[in-house]
Design a protein around this ligand. Structure first.
Ligand SMILES: NC(=O)c1ccc[n+]([C@@H]2O[C@H](COP(=O)([O-])OP(=O)(O)OC[C@H]3O[C@@H](n4cnc5c(N)ncnc54)[C@H](O)[C@@H]3O)[C@@H](O)[C@H]2O)c1
Length: 437
């Protein structure tokens, strides 16, 4: 059993804290957001993540997990301080490290005990060294026995607990092997492969992984656009490609493109780092450009189908960037809504979890209590997020509710032939084949 402090109680920090507590450690989760911590103390989760509330309650009850805004309380007796604060995009696309700096400085001014500082946030290559410098500088000559380890996180929102508990690998980077080994022991109960590297390599592994996954999605979207023009079906193309073991099936789903809290900012940050260091990241630039165009292309399809978008009513199903999360950061739905509203369309929306979080970003939209309300008198339906509850909708009812039965299935969720047979005008993504559109 180890004493762990987790700094930042967002998607990563909270899941990390709750899961380490569940593995039998003594965990204090800290955040500067008083409201968030007050809520957590009452069992109210600040994010929607399946299973998190129950697992948190279980570990609080077992006295292994607590929440605070007080760094002294959180670091008292801690052997490890995991930094899991946000690293959003700065104005130039770089990772904004102000929260990392604040966390590092708070550690420096709070504790005098030996500590392993573990960077779980996604940070630019070289940040581990920088964090050590920030701490040393803040100590102003007062010694502190600390080591920095990079431990990038690979969990996916929506399946975060399972991903944490069953990782494909744990990556640890440090200049001091013993510190990396200490962190590795925390993960030992998970019985997963552990890769130990130097600090910078670990930091790069995270960026390279996210950039590669984004590249796969942009690649299949580029192929999808070709399929539309050349009469092929991208779903079957992806299936055929994925059967090749060298390629595999994951991240080959054509759609409205990638979004979320990680890919957009991480690809941008990697591009920024690359340019700053004198390389020319052409592939990353193309990957981002294809992604931007994917949303524009969807709007173009609607404009063509409806003969213009001014005063048209569009029902959007799904706001979160993917199912099973309420995260709307860089969600394709929000970008599509912005583009539609720019052209004078009125937007009605429904999402099972993300409406409250999305509300500040789409103030003109009409929020609806179910999918049918969002589609009443609509000129088109756009499926932006493939939540389970959208898989089996009552399309006869939808047909009777809509003013114009046009469907843009941005996630290729539905059977286009069946919907056309009912009388809908149906567009998927990359479904140009005449056999199965
Ligand atoms: N969300 C994901 O799916 C995911 C996956 C892998 C990696 N990451 C990376 O993990 C990091 C955290 O992401 P997230 O989505 O959990 O962020 P988030 O925005 O959900 O949460 C960050 C939390 O940190 C708190 N915070 C900010 N400054 C603080 C400080 N000085 N002291 C204490 N708390 C502070 C904020 O109040 C907030 O609650 C990012 O670098 C992200 O790129 C995220």
């Amino acid at each position: 059993m180890s004493h762990i402090c987790v700094i930042g109680t967002g998607y990563v920090g909270l899941v990390t804290g709750v899961c380490f507590a569940d593995l039998g450690n003594q965990v204090v989760c800290l955040d500067v957001d008083q409201k968030r911590i007050d809520g957590l103390k009452k069992g109210i989760m600040p994010i929607y993540e399946p299973g998190l509330e129950q697992l948190s309650a279980h570990n609080v009850k077992a006295n292994r997990l607590s929440f605070t805004t007080d760094y002294h309380e959180a670091l008292k007796g801690a052997e490890f301080a995991f930094i899991a604060v946000g690293t959003p995009s700065g104005v130039e696309g770089e990772a904004d490290l102000q929260y990392i700096r604040a966390a590092a400085e708070s550690i420096a001014t709070t504790t005098d005990s030996p500590l392993v500082v573990v960077n779980k946030s996604t940070v630019p290559v070289g940040t581990g060294d920088w964090v050590a410098d920030v701490i040393r500088k803040k100590r102003a000559g007062k010694p502190l026995n600390f080591k920095v380890v990079s431990n990038p996180e690979f969990l996916r929102e929506g399946s975060a607990i399972n991903d944490f508990m069953n990782p494909d690998r744990v990556v640890l980077g440090s200049l001091e092997r013993e510190a990396a080994d200490q962190v590795a022991r925390l993960y030992a109960p998970l019985r997963c492969p552990v890769l130990i590297t130097d600090l910078r390599t670990a930091e790069m592994i995270k960026y390279a992984s996210n950039a590669f996954l984004a590249t796969r999605i942009s690649f299949i979207n580029e192929i999808a656009n070709m399929c539309e023009e050349m009469g092929a079906d991208v779903r079957e193309v992806a299936q055929g490609m994925g059967m090749d073991k060298r390629i595999g099936h994951a991240f080959l789903d054509a759609g409205l493109g990638w979004g979320g809290s990680c890919f957009p900012k991480d690809v941008k940050a990697l591009e920024h780092m690359a340019v700053l260091n004198g390389t020319h990241p052409q592939l990353l630039q193309a990957v981002m450009e294809i992604n931007r165009n994917q949303r524009r292309r969807a709007v173009l399809k609607l404009r063509k189908a409806l003969g213009g978008l001014n005063d048209k009513v569009i029902g959007i199903l799904g706001l979160s960037f993917k199912p099973n999360t309420d995260d709307v950061r860089d969600a394709p739905a929000l970008e599509v809504i912005r583009l539609l509203e720019n052209e004078g369309a009125q937007v009605k929306v429904y999402d099972p979890q993300a409406m409250e979080v999305a509300a500040p970003y789409i103030k003109k939209a009409v929020f609806c209590e179910d999918p049918y309300c969002a589609l009443k008198d609509a000129d088109a339906l756009v499926l932006a997020t493939e939540w389970n509850e959208f898989k089996q909708l009552d399309f006869d009812r939808i047909l009777s509710l809509m003013r114009n039965p046009v469907i843009l299935d941005g996630r290729n969720l539905w059977d286009g032939d069946a919907l056309r047979a009912k009388g809908f005008t149906y567009f998927g993504i990359g479904r140009g084949s005449t056999i199965s559109k």
